[in-house]
Design a protein around this ligand. Structure first.
Ligand code: PXG
Length: 287
């Protein structure tokens, strides 16, 4: 396996960075998770845009243009001869000293591209739907650390993931700072009620899979909403599902012990999932 580090493709065993890298010391950096399907990178431009937007807010200057970054992703995929891949793009603040001040870093961000496979949930969960719970850890307050930033600082999500695991579940709902449903630890959440599809309007990552689902729903002439909703509306929805680059689209059939609809993946969810699969097979940047 070849890993891209700062412009060079190296063997996995040689893919090493400094212990003084602020990505390690402080989680100071940005990342993206991207997928390719049959030699097409899905929504690559959108992922690159989000990476650079997060970096902009963190005042982290990525030393490549967007075009160069796209080329670096493609070069890494080609070097690894992967047709279906999960691509992890990481840019850290780079090397600094043992103080958190980013101005002390040497203005040489570390750029890493890993291309590999990812299997998140077992196949049965996609067919039968998954059961999730709400966990006590709330999603970061947007005015403390905005969930729209896809930074290397994922402890908020990891704490929630630990709570989910402690209760025997693989994914969990996190509420926002006001008690509304925000998202899951690594996925966005959708509910469908009477042909209206809704996803939370605040306190979440603006997921690229979620945006794709909204586009599909509009194509199907469904009413789409980004709005505040509570757990009660999740419990009483007709259908529920989660979206993410890694998870793709996964139906949810039980939340906090309450069955959603008939307790099976819903017809609209399955229709959207089918369309999503079709899009991933034909859209994307070819390599
Ligand atoms: N919310 C959060 C908090 C995420 O981390 C999504 C939503 C979905 O966004 P996209 O753009 O992928 O549709 C994510 C991204 C994992 C893992 O190992 C998952 C994500 C990121 C990194 C790792 O489960 N999901």
């Amino acid at each position: 396996m070849k890993i891209y580090i700062n412009g060079t493709l190296v063997d996995k065993a040689d893919a090493k960075i400094s212990v003084f890298d602020h990505g390690l010391l402080y989680g100071d950096g940005v990342f993206e998770g991207i997928r390719s399907y049959d030699s097409l990178v899905f929504k690559l431009k959108e992922h690159i845009d989000r990476l650079y937007e997060t970096a902009h807010t963190l005042m982290l200057r990525i030393p490549l243009t967007k075009e160069e970054m796209i080329q670096a992703v493609i070069d890494t995929l080609t070097a690894n001869d992967l047709r279906d891949a999960y691509i992890r793009l990481v840019v850290t603040r780079g090397e600094g000293d043992l103080g958190l001040d980013p101005r002390k870093c040497i203005d040489k961000p570390t750029v890493i591209i890993i291309t590999d496979k990812i299997v998140l949930y077992p196949k049965e969960l996609y067919e039968n739907g998954m059961e999730i719970i709400t966990v006590p850890t709330m999603r970061n307050n947007p005015e403390a650390l905005n969930p729209m930033l896809k930074s290397l600082n994922y402890l908020n999500n990891i704490l929630a993931k630990i709570e989910a695991g402690n209760s025997g579940f693989s994914e969990a709902i996190m509420l926002d700072h006001q008690g509304y449903v925000a998202e899951c630890t690594g996925d966005n959440i959708f509910i469908i009620k009477k042909n209206v599809i809704s996803t939370p309007g605040q306190g979440r990552l603006k997921g690229i899979t979620a945006d794709t689902v909204m586009d599909i729903a509009q194509e199907f002439n469904m009413a789409t909403r980004e709005r505040l909703f509570t757990r009660h509306e999740v419990y009483t929805a007709d259908e529920c599902f989660l979206t993410g680059t890694a998870a793709e689209i996964i139906p949810v059939v039980k939340v906090d012990g309450r069955q959603i609809g008939p307790g099976r993946p819903g017809p609209v969810t399955l229709k959207i999932l089918k369309k999503f699969k079709e899009i991933t097979k034909k859209d994307g940047i070819k390599y």
